[in-house]
Design a protein around this ligand. Structure first.
Ligand SMILES: [Zn+2]
Length: 470
């Protein structure tokens, strides 16, 4: 009865939204502080009333069942109780599937199991990597590459992507006054493959994607493949390490030879010790002639927005909605953080590429964060940017030209792996899939084929036409 009652309870307190496996999974990946922050934003009287009603319902049913000691006299009552329980368990919110609650529990179990498998198969994957090293094509692997994974930054709030406010002075400057030293490309039709951080980062940074049938356990991560290709790989994060320590982001991070979590609140709080700009101080030394691949994981624009930027970045104050003002300040601060990381990278003589994307978006305009039960299209719309050095653009004209030609193509972030291995020049010839590779002239994915959350939503249903950016 309890799962069914919880589903109904969530339906009531969320004002008409369905509980889903993705929401339950976040419980395993979150911590006490996050749960507290979530509860603070909820309608507490409604929660209280719902809990009260649930308790009354449980007690009433319990008493009814104990009264049924003489079922002959209470046949109608007995039948009612049985039917009611059956309805709760099987028929709850039947618009999804025949057994909503059971399916949800199965999906949660399967996902947690896949996380366990991922870690359990680490040794096997590493043995395969040893073999793979022999067939990897690494002629094009060289220099310094940087990948920045943002957090909760929605494309529609970036000035460079057409937002009404100049929230991206640095990026817009690069686009408006193109430097002769670098080639900057932005992608106005990029979406995250999921709106939950763990799933979205997992799919972006591993071979796994929504369009080919490959389990997480069988998928190499970008850190593993870059290391196998001879790169010194770094994972530098301002996010906490998760409580549930089997989750794949930790596994992916562990594929990097060197890891640095600058957030001292590891596992305990959503607070950060430092603002994201601190990451620039941890930019690793890159020796000329060596191969270096650095992944930065930002705290970005994760709620609570005002905690994400210093007071000197309190720039937008005049908007009617204070929350949106703070979000825009976050985005503008994020642009500043990117500029710091980029400057460090570009100062290196053999700088090759700088890539930025957000793990998923957010919907501050509707007072929402990123939540499956209140899904809007601002949640999977993400900024995606690639910057190549002149040196790289000259040497790998094919890559840069294909990306330029495809920059308006529709794309989901689970295809980042395919793009990055190509850019890094570490390619497993036997596993190449040019139809999924944005850096290939044969990229073939269209709006009709692309999806979010493994087919829960289709990009073709996005309700807003994005501005046609050149
Ligand atoms: Zn996230």
């Amino acid at each position: 009865m309890l799962p069914a009652l919880l589903a109904i309870g969530y339906f009531v307190v969320s004002e008409g939204h369905l509980l889903s496996a993705d929401i339950l999974l976040t419980l395993f990946q979150t911590n006490y502080e996050e749960i507290k922050a979530y509860l603070v934003e909820q309608n507490m009287p409604l929660w209280g009333a719902s809990v009260f009603v649930l308790l009354v319902l449980c007690v009433a049913l319990g008493r009814l069942i104990t009264k049924l000691q003489t079922p002959v006299r209470h046949t109608k009552c007995f039948v009612f109780v049985i039917l009611f329980l059956a309805y709760l368990f099987i028929g709850v919110l039947p618009r999804h599937s025949s057994c909503f609650v059971l399916n949800m529990i199965i999906r949660v179990q399967e996902t947690l199991q896949s996380y366990k498998d991922y870690n359990a198969t680490k040794a096997i994957r590493q043995a395969h990597l040893q073999e793979l090293r022999k067939v990897l094509k690494t002629d094009n692997a060289e220099g310094l590459h940087v990948l920045v994974v943002g957090e909760s930054t929605t494309r529609g709030h970036l000035g460079a992507f057409g937002y009404k406010l100049d929230t991206t002075p640095w990026l817009s400057g690069l686009l408006q006054n193109p430097s002769s030293k670098v080639k900057t490309i932005i992608y106005p039709h990029a979406y995250s493959s999921n709106i939950a951080t763990v799933k979205s980062v997992q799919f972006a940074l591993t071979e796994q994607n929504q369009y080919r049938d490959k389990s997480l356990a069988d998928s190499y991560s970008l850190t593993e493949i870059a290391s196998a290709g001879g790169y010194d790989t770094y994972w530098i994060s301002n996010q906490k390490q998760f409580n549930y320590d089997d989750i794949p982001i930790t596994g992916i991070a562990n594929g990097a030879a060197k890891r640095n979590y600058i957030n001292d609140y590891v596992g305990h709080k959503t607070l950060t010790t430092y603002y994201d700009e601190k990451l620039a101080e941890y930019f690793p030394k890159h020796e000329a002639g060596k191969k270096t691949f650095i992944i930065f994981h930002l705290m970005g624009c994760h709620a609570v927005y005002i905690d994400r930027y210093p007071s000197s970045f309190d720039f937008f104050k005049d908007g009617a909605d204070q929350r949106v003002n703070q979000y825009d300040n976050c985005v503008r601060y994020n642009d500043y953080v990117l500029s710091l990381l980029y400057q460090k990278a570009a100062a290196e003589p053999d700088f090759m590429s700088f890539t930025f994307l957000s793990d998923h978006g957010e919907d501050p305009d509707k007072g929402l964060t990123h939540d499956f039960s209140k899904y809007t299209w601002n949640m999977p719309r993400i900024p995606f940017v690639t910057i190549f050095s002149k040196k790289y653009a000259q040497k790998h004209q094919d890559v840069v030209q294909a990306l330029q030609a495809n920059h308006k193509a529709y794309w989901t972030s689970d295809l980042l792996y395919n793009l990055m291995v190509h850019v890094l020049g570490v390619r497993n010839i036997s596993a190449e899939d040019p139809q999924l590779d944005l850096a290939s002239p044969n990229y073939a994915m269209t709006k009709d084929m692309l999806m979010v959350a493994e087919g829960t939503f289709y990009i073709k249903d996005d309700d807003i036409q994005d501005p046609d950016l050149e």
